[in-house]
Design a protein around this ligand. Structure first.
Ligand SMILES: *Cc1c(COP(=O)(O)O)cnc(C)c1O
Length: 262
């Protein structure tokens, strides 16, 4: 990872302020019926970016950070400067979840806030068992690990995630059979081409997934279930449609050399 100059760091601060302002003004101007009933959570996606970039964003108030490579998340979350200066940091794992890496994710990432990419029963159960073990068999509501279920809304085979029906089923299983996990809502990556057309069909499908889940469980307040959707290119569209959690990387930290997310 390249070393950042003073001007790179001040660019990150300025970008972050700009994104935060865009989030607020988009939220304020969105129809009350469709928008989230809570303030939007901004997850700053710092993958491939150095520790100094995270520290710069943290110093100007950013608290939620997302990473999608496990090794990188383990390294960054245990970095001495992060540990000593960022005691309110909240990590989100947003990468593809592999069952053989779950133990490491749960035990080696201090201040892990949420795993956004649960997409199989096997992974859900393993996460649940590992969290339970880590808590010595007594997980409370507060110490449960927050999770989201990843939906492949575009149906593209190279993307991770479940069909909407399977996602509803998995969310139900997590609620019923995984006491050490707390189901927060549904997550999608979606396709950017969709957003270019204004009304994003992938986001619409995520909203429909939530509606189906709420119908099945007679949840009257649909908006109590979260939607993680929207990235650099489409977070404003996502907020207008009801996103509660946007994951923004390159618009804050600059372009990456790494390949696009799956
Ligand atoms: C990389 C990544 C993002 C951020 O992408 P940008 O386009 O840089 O904002 C968001 N979500 C996931 C799952 C990612 O892998």
């Amino acid at each position: 990872m390249a070393t950042l100059t003073e001007s790179d760091l001040s660019a990150i601060e300025a970008n972050l302020k700009h994104v935060t302002n865009r989030i607020r003004s988009t939220y304020d101007s969105s129809p009350i019926e469709s928008r989230s009933s809570h303030p939007i959570r901004l997850v700053a996606v710092s993958k491939t970016k150095p520790i100094s970039a995270i520290l710069a964003a943290y110093r100007v108030g950013q608290r939620h950070f997302g990473e999608n490579y496990l090794e990188e998340l383990v390294m960054k979350s245990n970095d001495p400067a992060i540990i000593s200066e960022c005691d309110e940091i909240r990590w989100h794992f947003i990468g593809h979840l592999q069952s053989n890496k779950i133990s490491k994710l749960v035990t080696s990432v201090p201040r892990l806030f949420c795993v956004e990419t649960v997409d199989s029963e096997k992974c859900a159960k393993k996460l649940d068992a590992t969290v339970n073990e880590k808590r010595g068999g007594s997980t409370t509501d507060d110490s449960a690990l927050k999770v989201m279920v990843q939906v492949n809304t575009s149906g593209e085979s190279q993307k991770s995630g479940l069909s909407p029906d399977q996602a509803v089923e998995l969310a139900t299983l997590i609620e019923k059979e995984c006491p050490s996990l707390r189901f927060l809502g549904f997550m999608t990556i979606g396709s950017l081409e969709q957003s270019a057309q204004g009304e994003n069909m992938d986001f619409a499908r995520l909203i429909e997934t939530r509606a189906a889940y709420c119908r099945m469980h007679s949840i009257a307040d649909e908006k109590s279930v979260e939607l993680s959707m929207g990235m650099s290119g489409d977070f404003e569209t996502a907020i207008k449609m009801g996103s509660t959690n946007v994951r923004v990387g390159s618009t804050i930290f600059g372009e990456r050399a790494a390949p696009a997310p799956k």
